[in-house]
Design a protein around this ligand. Structure first.
Ligand SMILES: *Cc1c(COP(=O)(O)O)cnc(C)c1O
Length: 377
């Protein structure tokens, strides 16, 4: 949402061009809410959601750990003041030389989801801790992570046995229920799978310690979402159901839920037009689109709240598109977006809930448009 601090920033600084403004106080509140909701779980912020140095510094100072996907992200976190012992290299797809580099920097926790990746880690980071990612169905997530990451639970057992044989520390199991997960029950089936992997390995004398419960915690866009507290209760209940009184160490990796609602993008209406005299619908073109940071509007998956100064006026559904010369650069067309009929070229619009997955998704210079500017206040 547009906090008073963000509104004040736009009013006094009047930045030129589309830009994202993130309110650190909201990030701090989100961190505190996760802390309270799951007091026994370690928080590993998913850096990819928004790696702005001020956000990493704030979270480092609050005691957060970090989930990184590349050496560059690891270096950013170290730069922000967190030690390597607070970093997980959570990408299951890593070059062997990047594993070696991370290990040299002190990182000792790595994700795997196959035998081949275990072999790389055994060579490049001997003795390191590994956790194996299991597949989930992504059912109920607005931005599902499909089958790209993870393996089926029986294979996770084999992968972790193999890691043990190669001298690594088989440390745990991870999953990600899918991003923007609004179903509280989603963690239950994944925790049942995790428990089965724990039990199978225990039979072979390998005692796992940790379940990495991933991200998936939502940001409020147009529809209400359950509170962090509700997620905490559902997850704790599922943990107790499956692990009884032998609870493992747990990790959560919020990305979107940590920063999504902390950011607002300011944009400007560049053009409003119709395709024929009797066209029923107006096309509204903004100075930001899919290539300028709104990549998650792909397939109209994420529907951001959009505010204008004319929201009291009558609304009509419009096609909403970006400014570039690629015809894929249309945000909402199948499901058109209601905007004020009085909306005019040159008007400013605020796109809320854009703190996550925007700045880093912006193209470098498609059509000569600059990457999305960002301010952390
Ligand atoms: C992207 C990602 C996250 C963050 O997911 P959100 O849905 O944004 O919370 C967490 N863990 C891993 C391994 C990821 O790839």
């Amino acid at each position: 949402m547009t906090t008073e601090r963000i509104a004040e920033f736009f009013k006094t600084r009047r930045p030129e061009g589309p830009c994202l403004v993130v309110d650190r106080e909201v990030v701090r509140d989100n961190y505190t809410a996760f802390r309270r909701a799951l007091p026994d779980s370690a928080i590993y912020y998913a850096v990819k959601a928004n790696p702005a140095p001020q956000i990493l510094e704030l979270l480092a100072s609050l005691g957060s750990n970090f989930d990184c996907a590349s050496v560059a992200e690891i270096e950013m976190v170290l730069e922000a003041g967190a030690g390597a012992d607070r970093i997980s290299f959570g990408n299951t797809i890593k070059k062997e030389r990047d594993i070696a580099r991370a290990h040299a920097l002190g990182v000792n926790l790595f994700a795997v989801d196959c035998h081949e990746e275990v072999e790389k880690i055994a060579r490049a980071a001997p003795g390191a801790r590994v956790f194996c990612r299991v597949l989930t169905d992504g059912e109920g997530a607005e931005w599902p992570l499909s089958r790209k990451f993870g393996c089926v639970p029986p294979m996770a057992v084999d992968v972790l046995v193999y890691a043990h044989q190669l001298g690594l520390e088989s440390y745990g199991v991870s999953f990600h229920v899918g991003s923007q997960m609004t179903k509280l029950e989603a963690w239950d089936a994944a925790l049942a799978d995790a428990k089965r992997v724990f039990a199978q390995l225990a039979k072979q004398g390998i005692y796992l310690q940790m379940v990495n419960m991933g991200g998936g915690f939502p940001t409020k866009y147009l529809r209400d979402v359950p509170t962090a507290e509700a997620y905490g209760q559902a997850i704790f209940a599922a943990l107790s159901r499956h692990f009884g009184n032998q609870l493992p160490k747990t990790i959560i990796e919020p990305g979107r839920g940590m920063v999504g609602n902390a950011g607002v993008i300011k944009s400007e209406v560049v053009l409003i037009s119709k395709k024929s005299d009797d066209d029923k619908h107006r096309w509204v073109f903004l100075d930001i689109g899919k290539f300028g940071g709104l990549a998650e509007t792909m397939d109209e998956a994420i529907r951001y709240p959009i505010r204008t100064d004319r929201d009291g006026d009558e609304m009509e559904p419009c096609v909403l598109a970006g400014p570039t010369c690629d015809s894929a650069d249309v945000m909402y067309e199948k499901n058109m977006y209601p905007l004020p009929i009085t909306l005019t070229i040159g008007d400013e619009v605020l796109i809320e809930g854009t703190g996550a997955y925007t700045t880093t998704y912006a193209s470098v210079a498609f059509n000569g448009f600059e990457p999305l500017k960002s301010y952390v206040i």
